[in-house]
Design a protein around this ligand. Sequence first.
Ligand code: PEP
Ligand code: MG
Length: 325
Amino acid sequence: RTTQPAVALSTPTATRDGHRVKLMANINTLADAQAVKGSGAEGVGLLRSEFLFLDRTTLPTEAEQVTIYQEIAAAVAPEPLFIRLLDIGGDKPLPYLKLPSEANPFLGYRGIRVLLDRPELLKTQLKAILRVSHQYAIKAILPMVSAIAEVQAVQEILSQAQLELQQANVGFHRQLEIGIMIEVPAAVNLSDRLAGVANFFSIGTNDLTQYVMASDRNNAQVAHLADAFAPAILRNIQQTVTNAHRAGIPVCVCGELAAYREAIPILIGLGVDEFSLPVSVIPQLKQLIAQIDGDEAGAIASAVLNLDSGAAVREYVASRFSLPL
Ligand code: PEP
Ligand code: MG
């Protein structure tokens, strides 16, 4: 076995046969943002904005949000920053919002559902993002989308936010790009239509896995089922990528699945364009991707869709992949 020469962190990420993929960073805080430069990440593919709302007793104002998004964007610039709109509920409470207690929080009031129920909260966040997008490369991502009407409702509130900024003579980017988190089976089923109302998709494999497999992501008793390598999940990713590419929009995978080395040949073989991951794994994945052949990845991806379990998928990749994983 020959040792591969190390790929410099500053080299664009590509497979052995020259297929470009983008590695971006998942971040929660300004401190995380400060670690992005020099990590090899081409920007931030997922800022979980809810973390900026924790550790407080009241909602941040528009001005406060502008300040923090600006600090984060400045740390990442000139690379882009994708800000996911507030994704609370489920396993992420926000005590001062007094969310109702629910029998099934993961099937309840969370993500975009909360934002559309509290349009002032959504509009304030959109205005802050719009203002920062005047100066920095920013995109927004909608969490927990399960219907076309939800995206249309956000677009309406976005128009109001733009109008109000315009009337106040505040600068903003006129064509803010909006991406959709694909993390609910309904969104996968609708991905042909959602692709018509989004600029990109970001697949959240953590939630997608729990919802497709009907297995709570935090319940040890069903952890064996909540396996993102399960062929059922990979087929959902395949369907999403196919529909996105038909519509000409890119697909990012930002769930934990992408941080597993065995997942990379599969996801590249399925046509995933971008990965957003903790910065700590980026250098090794960049190295790994440089050793992958696109055709081999395609063959691996088609084969694993017909295996019997997530465990079988991992074993198959390890056996087929000619380089150490
Ligand atoms: C996901 O669901 O995969 C995801 C990236 O979002 P979070 O883990 O924040 O729910
Ligand atoms: Mg999620």
